[in-house]
Design a binder for this molecule. Structure first.
Ligand code: SF4
Ligand code: SF4
Ligand code: FES
Length: 237
């Protein structure tokens, strides 16, 4: 039987890599490998997953140096000479082993005003938005985000300045800037206009290259820069 040589981060920030030998199978995913270690070799290994089908965003890790969702990443695509190195996501505090603390990631969604502020009540009729409306199309391009943190972990600017809102929160803000139902546009543009907001993005594109859902946070951030400039020019900020 072919085996995989897998090194896995164990412990907190000051932990170390530990080596395991795992049977290799056809169509095996990286998440299958982690699960095999936890079930058959070392039950103390901590990791996070839920759906196993690319919907929940909880299984992201650093695989051979690159942030990826692991339930949809096949070993055959990423193993080099039958070797895998698995670490927790970068740019986030490590709780233990492959589990990171996602609080600051989601706190930044809140800082970017990443929630809908409705203008209608339950007594009003639904707002009708044509599928071809430009705002609807712009929002559609970013709406499938699963909050996996791959883009955030891949962003050099987040590494340099930890207060930067980051690609996922800014992508979320961009979907809402394009949402005709939302009533907090000025507040949201002010939230993303500061030093740690959209203007801190250096357009490195790592987020866009690595997003497993094919979203381009870079394009959304460029849209935010234009929207902030327009609002500033009109004296609305
Ligand atoms: S494009 Fe901007 S947000 Fe995306 S990785 Fe580069 S600096 Fe970060
Ligand atoms: S934008 Fe893509 S990479 Fe970033 S959190 Fe959403 S799904 Fe994950
Ligand atoms: S386990 Fe849900 S996206 Fe991977």
């Amino acid at each position: 039987m072919t085996t995989l040589q897998v090194t896995v981060w164990r412990g907190d920030e000051s932990g170390a890599l530990q080596r395991y030998e795992v049977p290799r199978f056809e169509s095996q995913t990286v998440l299958d490998v982690v699960t095999a270690i936890q079930r058959d070799i070392d039950a103390t290994l901590a990791y996070r997953f839920s759906c196993r089908v690319g919907m929940c965003g909880s299984c992201a890790m650093t695989v051979n140096g690159v942030a990826r969702w692991t339930c949809r990443t096949h070993v055959a695509k990423v193993a080099v000479d039958n070797r895998l190195e698995l670490k927790p996501l970068a740019n986030l505090p490590v709780i233990r082993d492959l589990v990171t603390d996602m609080r600051e990631f989601f706190d930044k969604w809140a800082r970017a005003r990443g929630r809908l502020t409705p203008t209608r009540t339950r007594d009003d009729d639904f707002e009708r938005i044509a599928p071809t409306a430009p705002g609807r199309e712009a929002a559609n391009a970013g709406i499938e985000c699963i909050g996996c943190g791959v883009c955030y972990s891949s962003c050099d600017v987040v590494a340099w300045r930890p207060d930067y809102l980051g690609p996922a929160a800014l992508n979320r803000a961009w979907t809402l800037v394009n949402d005709a139902r939302d009533g907090a546009q000025g507040e949201r543009l002010r939230a993303v206009a500061g030093d740690a907001g959209c203007h801190a993005c250096h357009t490195h594109l790592s987020c866009t290259e690595r997003c497993p859902k094919g979203i381009s946070p870079t394009a959304g951030i460029a849209g935010l820069k234009r929207a902030v400039a327009r609002a500033a020019w009109k004296g609305e900020l």
